[in-house]
Design a protein around this ligand. Structure first.
Ligand code: VTB
Length: 347
């Protein structure tokens, strides 16, 4: 991306992209078919993304080229309506997408499903493999006070000190999984409160970086690709993520078919130039970009964003769009009018 103006305009283009994905998936809310919810989000996102005036490249998407029909890794997107000589002047952008973060949440009508993407200049987002990642995420006041390798109790004491409160006034969020039994026990023993979530650690991580959401930290193992998108959000929100890739699959207790075989993973990781499997990634390692754009739209109601609302004359979406360059965090409430010239717009 070459200049701030281009970034500003792209931010609004990306807003339209997440809005479109959110609207289509929200139509399927509660139908109990998470694959279908995901599919419509992907299709809608891809369609609108292709209209964005950019030379976009997917770095985190729906899977490898041979696994996904669209929004696959390395797919070129954007500028579809422009001739090549015009397109070649558009900014080069790397994009990480999660068209529907929380497919189960949408399928069940549960809270915190979002449509989300992050973008940066070429090389600005780590091309993380689809594997598990241990994460700790905190907001600006707690930046620099946590260490993913430190005991849970110590991190909680440091967070509490920074927030000027007691450990038992903290709320930690963590995915409700067997692999977190020890983590949950440690948080309880330290005296903090816990919110166990069934899915969606990305939207929760964003909430942890926003004061007033009553979420003070996210801890535990979720997806690595979502960790990169979280890092992009942290750069905009001044929050912090620390993370480690998880290779010890026994520890995860998940179905073997959910994880690529270890040799395949290692190949991918080596191709990314990662040799140290114990590396601790910080926000900048995951999202090194200087010109980051982050956009998310609520699908179902959540702690930060409202879900899509449908009414006779249109739809209403609630989004957040942030950029590092302009240092702006915009909460955008959009009415998509459909009812013709007499449609009533409500405050
Ligand atoms: C999911 C999902 C999260 O990690 O839990 C996934 O809900 C991995 O965990 O939001 P499981 O395979 O045990 O479900 C996330 O996708 C993102 O980090």
């Amino acid at each position: 991306m070459k200049n701030t103006n281009a970034e500003r305009e792209l931010a609004f283009d990306f807003l339209r992209v997440t809005e479109a994905a959110a609207i289509e998936s929200a139509k399927t809310m509660g139908q109990g078919d998470r694959k279908h919810s995901d599919h419509v989000a992907v299709e809608a996102m891809r369609l609108v993304m292709d209209q964005v005036p950019m030379q976009g490249r997917i770095v985190i998407g729906e899977g490898e080229r041979d696994e996904a029909p669209m929004l696959y890794i390395d797919e070129e997107v954007g500028g579809a309506d422009f001739p090549n000589d015009v397109r070649s002047k558009f900014p080069e952008v790397d994009i990480a997408v999660d068209p529907l973060e929380g497919t189960n949440l949408c399928a069940l009508g549960a809270s915190n499903a979002i449509a989300v993407l992050a973008a940066a200049e070429r090389g600005g987002l780590l091309n993380a493999p689809d594997m598990y990642m241990d994460k700790i995420v905190v907001g600006p006041s707690c930046k620099g006070s946590v260490d993913i390798e430190a005991p849970v109790a110590e991190n909680l004491r440091n967070i509490a000190r920074r927030l000027g409160r007691d450990v038992d006034d903290l709320t930690v969020v963590c995915l409700d999984r067997d692999r977190h039994r020890q983590l949950i026990a440690d948080v309880r023993a330290a005296g903090a409160r816990i919110r166990l979530i069934s899915d969606g650690d990305l939207s929760t991580a964003i909430s942890a970086a926003v004061a007033g959401t009553n979420i003070h930290a996210l801890m535990g193992i979720g997806g690595a690709p979502e960790g990169v998108i979280t890092a992009a959000a942290m750069k905009c929100l001044n929050g912090e993520i620390q993370a480690k890739l998880v290779f010890d699959h026994e520890r995860l207790g998940v179905d073997k078919d959910k994880i690529p075989p270890i040799d395949q993973l290692m190949k991918r990781i080596n191709s990314m130039g990662i040799t140290d499997t114990n590396k601790i990634y910080d926000t900048n390692d995951l999202a090194p970009g200087k010109k980051i754009i982050f956009a998310a739209t609520g699908v179902t109601d959540g702690s930060l964003l409202k879900g899509v609302r449908f009414f006779g004359e249109g739809k209403r979406t609630h989004s957040v769009v942030m950029t590092t360059e302009t240092k702006s965090i915009r909460f955008v409430d959009t009415v998509h009018v459909e009812g013709g010239p007499d449609a009533v717009i409500r405050f």
